[in-house]
Design a protein around this ligand. Sequence first.
Ligand code: ARG
Length: 489
Amino acid sequence: MRVIPRQHNASAQYTADMTTKNKNTKPWSGRFTMPTAEFVECFTESVSYDQRLAMVDIKGSMAHAEMLAHTGVLSKQEAKQIAQGLKAIEKQIEQGKFKWDPALEDVHMNIESALTAQIGDVGKKLHTGRSRNDQVATDIRLYLRDEIQAIRRLLTEVMSTLLDTAEKEAETIMPGFTHLQTAQPITFGHHLLAWFEMLYRDSLRLEDCRKRVNVMPLGAGALAGTSYPIDRAYTAKLLDFPTITENSLDAVSDRDFAIEFCHCAAVIMMHLSRFSEELVLWMSQQFAFIDLDDAWCTGSSIMPQKKNPDIPELVRGKSGRVYGHLMALLTLMKSQPLAYNRDNQEDKLALFDAIDTVKQSLQAYLGIIPGIKVRAENMRAAANQGYATATDLADYLVRKQVPFRDAHAVVGQVVHYAIEQNKPLSKLSIKELQQFSKQINQDVFACLSLEGSISARTHVGGTAPKQVQKAIKQAHKRLAKITIKDGAA
Ligand code: ARG
């Protein structure tokens, strides 16, 4: 039976002679009397995609060997040879010269076999007191903790771009919406700050998630620990892990840290999909609030006039992929008995794609945001339609001692009248307004204007341009406090 190779990595080549070629070359082949079926080799291999873990795998192996020498399981000379061999392999991989063999299943056995080929029998000692089960769990954690920081760096860049744009647009008036119906006037700067807040929480969420990623499972062995005198704290220090796992069964089996990461990634994508939706709407001819840079849009192969916001659309679409990965990992983990099961090998496909998709989508936003061209006159015109200052009129009446519910009812009638007259509220005469309430005086017009409405909202979190400026300053301070360090940080 032919197995269609996975598409993740072209370097995994499947040849018909693989079965015979690799007969008895597997590190675990001792108790087997038959060569592995070709189907099984293709079906079980993960090296086509987990070779991504090569660098962290080597890092983990170096630390493990050094620890074994520290406790006397290996001689110093043996550890040195292993370290040198691993360094050479690292170089080969970096230079793209390393030959990955799918018959050796995964990144771990590929590197281990290459080590023995390179330095001889000493290489066979590396796996002392270790299993691929604690090894792979360590690798994923090492890899993910760095990727989390890379994503957080991107988040910071996007947030800082948002603040720059918000600064420019602190006074730009647009309609704010609820139910996508014109609700109250706001500033575009204020709207952008809402996006900032979402991403800010995303960064904190990832920071917190990383604490649970940054725990070292090494030493858990296959599941029950090891009988060798190991020093887990020593290895953890070498690998810059602030803490180590407390239970060997849990250490090799659970992937909750990856699930938690995918949750964080899904929330980021959800936020980006909301930004995307708004950009797509705003760029439409019906809204015409913004335009995007030509370099960040694409055209149509049939309609010559088209300029489409495909990049935000793709980001919006990619959110589905990341939700899928979260669901895939939850389902992967569900009902698994302790401890390690091969199901877990599938974690990497979901995790890696979630990482890649979030990073790409954030990069897309880094490119899009500075190119948002605001069509301020259209935003303003839209804010002038839809009776966006009706609440301000009600608030005006409240200030004149009318109870809010009565004021609300009065303004409802005013709006009804204005619709009939086909006039905005600010174009009603004082006489017309006074038909509805004797409390209305000439000073009402100050609060019926768009500027009057927004400038009245000066409290923390409000949309007044002055407040938006303050919020931007405060946001810069919060951004500066975000520290993103690798390793134990
Ligand atoms: N490639 C495997 C994974 O990703 C490594 C662990 C394999 N362990 C085993 N006992 N077969 O999960």
